[in-house]
Unconditional design. Structure first.
Length: 153
């Protein structure tokens, strides 16, 4: 199976029904994407497929053949974090941190498609669950990052 992961072409010999989550974690050693619930409810496993957020725990590997997959490992770079990652720190979003990679990927997809999201937009797009309840901080961080990106910083 051929696909592009984090801008790198890869070829893997995997069961086409294997969830994308396990292909990323077990076959490609990209462990930033987390297993949460296994039924697409929590969003800890959110990645981008052709720019759209998907829950990788229920997406079969066959569904991403020939497509571009982006994981949390490619959101920013060491020494050059994404605006969302900077905002996450500035607004002290992470508590336990388990949901954060999926939450960041969902937020990145949102602001890529909506550079000035309202609270309603954020609530509709970010359906990820955070057991620590940092939703007000998530909302503030998304707005800060969106403003930074809109200003070209």
């Amino acid at each position: 199976m051929k696909l592009t992961v984090n801008d790198r072409p890869v070829e893997v010999d995997a069961d086409p029904q294997m969830p994308l989550l396990w292909l990323l974690r077990d076959e490609l050693n990209l462990t930033g994407t987390k297993f949460g619930c296994g039924v697409s409810a929590c969003g800890a496993c959110t990645v981008h497929v052709d720019g759209q957020p998907v829950r990788s725990c229920v997406t079969p590997a066959a569904a991403v053949e020939g497509k571009a997959v982006r994981t949390i490992e490619a959101l920013g770079a060491p020494g050059a974090p994404h605006a969302l990652q900077r905002a996450w720190v500035a607004h002290q979003v992470p508590q336990c941190g388990y949901c954060q990679s999926g939450m960041l990927m969902a937020a990145a997809a949102l602001i890529a498609n909506n550079p000035r999201p309202s609270d309603t937009d954020i609530d509709a797009a970010i359906t990820n669950l955070c057991r620590c309840g940092t939703y007000p901080r998530v909302r503030a961080a998304i707005k800060s990052a969106a403003a930074e990106l809109a200003a070209g910083r």
